[in-house]
Write a protein that binds this ligand. Sequence first.
Ligand SMILES: *Cc1c(COP(=O)(O)O)cnc(C)c1O
Length: 334
Amino acid sequence: MHLARFPRVKLFPAPTPLHRLDNLTRELGGPEIWIKRDDCTVVATGGNKVRKLEFLIGEAKAQGATHIVTQGAVQSNHVRQTAAVAAMFGMKCTALLEHRVETNDRDYLGSGNVLLDKLFGCEIEYRPGGIDMNAEAEKKGVELRAAGQQAYVIPGGGSNKVGALGYVSCAQELVRQADEMGLRIDRLVTATGSAGTHAGLVVGLVGENAAIPVLGIGVRLPRDRQEENVFRLAEATADYVGVRGGIPRSAVVANCDYVGTGYGIPTEGMVEAVRMLGRLEGILLDPVYSGKAMAGIIDLIRKGEIGKGETVVFLHTGGAVGLFGYTGTFEQAA
Ligand SMILES: *Cc1c(COP(=O)(O)O)cnc(C)c1O
């Protein structure tokens, strides 16, 4: 794999920190839990979408785009990061926000990510829940082009083979970093949603021959559909970067037991995980992704499915801005 073949803009200083969570490890009585801090990717308070945007905006610039179109839920971290990067490059940004979570909560609808979208000068349009949002974004792109704009459409979560390159790069970075530290990684765990993070990591680790298994903790779909989405994108990404031999289906593993009632709907485990990481480590997780992923890790450790002798790396994908869209949930829990 040779990522310099692809257009890219540099958005944050790499590598992001990799460190041990001593207090959480002690609290749970082992395994050794480490954290890869992709919540520290600088732009717009950071998060995993910044890595994808290095390649997506790289391609957009190479194509002469002046207007970025994307989509997400109302509290989308992806939209917030995209709006900020568009502003950095003097591009316009239009975001379609889906009412994916049914709520009238004032904070959910007006604070957190959506407040920051507006500060970044993003044009916002709303859509009802349950429609094909990527098709809506494509339609918007066609409309803008007809009006003479150079529009570049980024799918939800930045999850296509171009965006996934950001996580191929992260996998390379993590392996190099762990090797320099003498850290042997038994398992990498990440939240998995629109699939680009999970797929990119799998492709990067297979391409590096690292033999580090990735566990994705789902936040939306049932396991079969999530794994299918990740596998399909991993295959396309592997083909795009030229990983010979393709991706074994067995390399894609998701656990979707921690979604709860649905996407963006709080669970008890998520609230416990967010509070634990805050109190024990001074680290902020988010209610929609990293909080549910950490709830999964904690439960799998308690059940012995993640063994005491293992060294586990949790990829922190960011999203803490979303906490301000869920103030009621955490006030009740305090
Ligand atoms: C988008 C997002 C994820 C999921 O990443 P995908 O590439 O969409 O699967 C995880 N955590 C946070 C905080 C996110 O914003």
